[in-house]
Ligand binder design. Structure first.
Ligand SMILES: C[S@@+](CC[C@H](N)C(=O)[O-])C[C@H]1O[C@@H](n2cnc3c(N)ncnc32)[C@H](O)[C@@H]1O
Length: 333
């Protein structure tokens, strides 16, 4: 998953002892931006950290940490890598590197920002670190999935930091976008991101338990990266994930409770020709098992399958009985 981990890391990664903090005599040799990125990457590798929140390797992670904490953009020309840090900057960067190792805090939380669909977002413990593969769909204009559809109103359900809905609004200046979450914390961060990205007026943040607060609204496109980690997977997650709100990760024993509720209710909130796109990550297999007759279209990304499906409103209606039966069975459990 991107919304959560796609696969638990190998067990040996979970039991690395945290290496002792090197003494000042060693870190004193570090001078340039490149020195600190290289040092951070080595510390992260040696500590057996888990990557997967914003990056999948220690060098990108260290680059993010060092550049963001120096208030530099990620596309800084290579020549600046030789630039030397002031003593105050050295202390600040070293302290963050040590916290990444000792507390297993995701780098986005340490520096308070991350990137999604090429846009910068504020990020902290109020919501999951943005990492959904849906970014790729937004950047490509949902081609070919939107097909001939004309979108006026779109919904980002389970918005967390607001990244998906706000990015949809940024890429499509003529769309009106609602972003919804049940968590006050997530919504407060999402509202800050609306202002940060200057999309006030075109993006509305709404507190709602799925569709319950959206009565009477209809959308041409509903996109969601809901919680979908199973309880067993959650129990095995590396420390990095413990800093994220559990409400954003788990969704019942098989990870599908929220998704099934969404499938049961979505048709009432889609326009006649509307499209639903949902990420379920590794829970794809379980979803196909519980609803084998539903014609989910599994989207291929540049890196392959990521457990994201598209479904038309007409398919939701055609298979409403099976979906309702599954939703009811879960409610009665
Ligand atoms: C996997 S996170 C996704 C956040 C964001 N969409 C992203 O891609 O980074 C799921 C979000 O769903 C929210 N959520 C959980 N249950 C919900 C519910 N019943 N109704 C609305 N939002 C819910 C959580 O608070 C969390 O912010």
């Amino acid at each position: 998953m991107r919304g959560g981990p796609r696969r638990p890391p190998p067990a040996h990664r979970l039991y690395f002892a945290t290496p002792r903090r090197p003494d000042a005599a060693v870190t004193h040799e570090l001078a340039s931006i490149i020195d600190f990125i290289r040092y951070g990457a080595s510390r992260f590798s040696a500590a057996g950290l888990t990557f997967g929140h914003s990056h999948d390797n220690p060098i990108d992670e260290a680059t993010h940490l060092v550049l963001a904490s120096l208030h530099l953009p990620p596309d800084i020309p290579p020549a600046y890598g030789a630039g030397r840090l002031t003593s105050e900057e050295r202390e600040r960067v070293l302290a963050l590197i040590e916290r990444r190792v000792s507390e297993r805090l995701p780098v986005a939380y340490l520096v308070g920002e991350t990137w999604f669909a090429g846009l910068k977002f504020k990020s902290d413990r109020r919501a999951l670190v943005p990492r959904s593969p849906i970014a790729e769909l937004i950047e490509s204009g949902f081609t070919p999935w939107l097909d001939h559809r004309h979108v006026e109103r779109a919904l980002d359900l389970c918005t967390g930091s607001g990244c998906i809905g706000i990015a949809m609004a940024e890429y499509n200046p003529d769309w009106q976008v609602d972003i919804v979450d049940i968590s006050d914390d997530a919504l407060s961060l999402a509202r800050e991101n609306i202002v940060f990205q200057h999309v006030e007026g075109r993006v509305e943040a709404i507190k709602s338990d799925l569709f319950s607060g959206l009565k009477g609204r209809r959308y041409d496109l509903i996109v969601s990266n809901p919680p979908y980690v199973t309880e067993d997977e959650y129990a095995a997650l590396p420390g990095e994930y413990s800093h994220e709100p559990k409400l954003g990760l788990t969704s019942g024993e098989d990870g599908l409770d929220i998704c099934i509720r969404m499938l049961d209710e979505a048709a009432d909130y889609l326009t006649d020709d509307g499209l639903l796109i949902v990420e379920v990550g590794e829970s794809e297999r379980a979803l196909v098992e519980v609803l084998p007759e539903v014609p989910f279209v599994w989207i291929e990304f540049k890196v392959g399958a990521m457990g994201v499906f598209a479904l038309e409103r007409r398919d939701l209606i055609e298979h409403a009985d099976a979906i309702r039966a599954e939703a009811r069975a879960r409610r009665d459990r």
